[in-house]
Design a protein around this ligand. Sequence first.
Ligand code: PMT
Length: 221
Amino acid sequence: PKAQPLAGVKLMLTAGPTREALDPVRYISNHSSGKMGFALAAAARALGAEVTLVSGPVHLATPASVHRIDVESAQNMFDTVMAGIAEQNIFIACAAVADYSPKMVASHKIKKTHADNMVVELAKNPDIVATVAALPQKPFTIGFAAETQEVEKYALDKLTRKNLDMIAANDVSSSDRGFNSDQNALTLFWPGGQHRLPLADKTALAEQLLTLIAKRYHDIH
Ligand code: PMT
């Protein structure tokens, strides 16, 4: 049997996209499939962690022995994470959370009019990972940074600004990795260190990432 460096550790993670309703039949979302987050949940479980997976709408089976909670919007995801975060030792934010959502959700289907243009006003959503990392008893917190340009610069900026313990920078500018593909490549940054995980299947990558997280977690606890 494999070593279980996360035995007895409670780990929560977010995965998938969020859906921000415009009206009863329409929403704003993104191309996250949940594959990366679900692979991380399975890898964390294999290392012995007690895993809670907070997932947006995806078409994936729940990994064995993982507690899954389904959510829709960024606000739902925020409320669900905050309700359970106090007992967690590690938090990983892998979800592609909408930064903004429609200010008004129409209670009936929005009708087409004669106007050629339509304006939808958006309001900022709460930042889940930044809120978790600002808690007085914060868990060991890992964020992702999906970027299409200046990946390292923006990742390091998010690491500091959001007070994270580690960030996984994800270059999502090419279609062989990142959103919805089966493979991914990540560069990890933490205060005082970095490590590159080259292009690999998300399953293999998740195992490597969780092994590194377990090591960093034990180094500082
Ligand atoms: O699901 P897959 O198809 O497998 O694709 C995986 C992935 C590309 C979605 C994943 O690897 C990834 O990069 N996830 C983060 C995507 C993202 O939205 O990144 P961001 O740079 O916009 O957000 C930065 C961090 O803040 C992320 O950890 C995000 O979860 C978190 N966040 C963002 C906004 C918000 N309101 N709350 C948050 O917690």
